[in-house]
Design a protein around this ligand. Sequence first.
Ligand code: B12
Ligand code: SF4
Length: 474
Amino acid sequence: MKVKMILPALTEALSPFWRPIKYHLFPPLGLATIASFFDEDDEIDLQDEHVEVLNLNDEPDLVVIQVYITSAYRAYELADHYKSKGAYIALGGLHVTSLPEEAAQHADTIFLGPGEDTWRQFLQDFRTGHPAKMYESKIRTLVGSPPIRRDLIKRHHYLVPNSIVVSRGCPHHCDFCYKDAFYKGGKSFYTQPVDDALAEIERLPGKHLYFLDDHIFGHEAFAAELFEGMKGMGRVWQAAATVQSIFKPGLLEKAAEAGLRSMFVGFETLNPHNLREQHKYHNLNRDYSGAIKRLREFGVMVNGSFVYGMDSDDDTVFDRTIEWAITQGIETATFHILTPYPGTLLYKRMLAQNRITIHNWDLYDTRHAVYSPTQMSVETLENGYWRSYRDFYRWSSIFKGVWTKDNLADRLRHLAYTGAWKKAEPIWDMLIRLKQVNHLLPTLENVLNSFDNHSLAKQNVNELPKSQLSHTST
Ligand code: B12
Ligand code: SF4
């Protein structure tokens, strides 16, 4: 059977004028995951439109498309194209799960939720000529999943070809998050067996790994065992976790020892009213500064994530947040405009309040206000969002952040990492065009690793002052 798998791109990623590096970071892991269920003699062509021009002149029997909200229209266009050529169309992913009726108009079969169980079943049914119109994931397990088809990934296109995900979902329930909508009808947080995760890591060449798990510290026992197993593998890695989990005694220590060098942390907002509104209770009354301090003590850089436009935000939120992020010495920050993804509680609430003003999914990219904010205009919100990036990444801010570090190695690493990330955009753009982006991976590894002289991280955990370990209740 001839199979075409496509990760469609949103328009911005295709611009002939500017190719943001973020679209050349990670390969299409979701598609490579479900590709592992094909037979050996199936002919698979996996194309990622973010990094290559699609060949649309082929004649596949089966077309498999992953649909994110921001690439939904493009996904439907591609589906219609192949449908008109007589191919069988399978659509799955987050947006299909949120809006199945919309997606079904462009598909022969749609898939709701994670694909591990449903895809296996579909392939059996398809081969016997009886595929269903819709498959809904019910069995949530990663036990027994075959290894990801990484051979289908064109590694040279990506700065971070070694992305990996060893769990699915997250134990929390925030109103704005995609998670509860995607995992409804079954478990919304589960992990791989540790041995399988370690085996997957072993299969990845080089040093650098990027864990795309929503919350790498989400299952403490799993995480501890994983980090234990990774010790001595010589990896350097990045991941995401909650503020709360950073204080869990012993976990960060183990992670740092296993090579953790940068952590994406969802601070989201500095306002407790906003946290309550979004049911993000695990961030309430947490010592954000203490979490950053603790990460720094273990040589872990911070990528802070912030969301603007919750109901308690007025036009002062931008300056306050930026100033806080800079003075905390956060190395990189991502800012988002609150976005009500269909299927989320936030969406339902805003719909009931008649506040959603835009239904064009292309604009659900966390850069547009698609709803009416309560305490500022849409224009103020969007301008504040753009200004945040400008202000956070101006040289004066970077140097202010650098000077919060108390030793030369930390300062240099902050400067190299932040400077390279945002200030070298034209260089990234050029490398992308020359298809050389992957050649900078060793530089990234070196920068991440240029922090090996840390005394605290090397101390025995038991010697640390108690206040640093049990800063907060868990
Ligand atoms: C890595 C990542 C990116 C990467 C690359 C994405 C890529 N190459 O796949 C980059 C940095 C480019 C990116 C960009 C953006 N992202 Co992003 N990203 C992620 C992240 C962290 C991990 C995705 C991942 O690889 N997961 C692991 C794999 C194994 O899971 P998966 O891809 O979902 O695949 C499984 C299922 O979905 C299913 N499946 C998928 N397709 C199909 C098809 C079929 C037929 C079947 C049967 C099953 C199936 O089976 C797979 C195995 O279970 C997610 C968060 C998350 N946890 O999903 C956000 C996430 C997907 N991103 C999101 C957003 C909003 C964006 C941006 C708009 C952000 C921005 N402001 O720029 C852009 C635009 C994305 C686009 N191209 O349209 C949202 C999506 C919301 C939505 N409803 O679509 C998420 C959920 C983050 C969030 N919490 O809000 N992103
Ligand atoms: S903690 Fe993060 S991943 Fe988990 S539900 Fe909240 S926003 Fe989503």
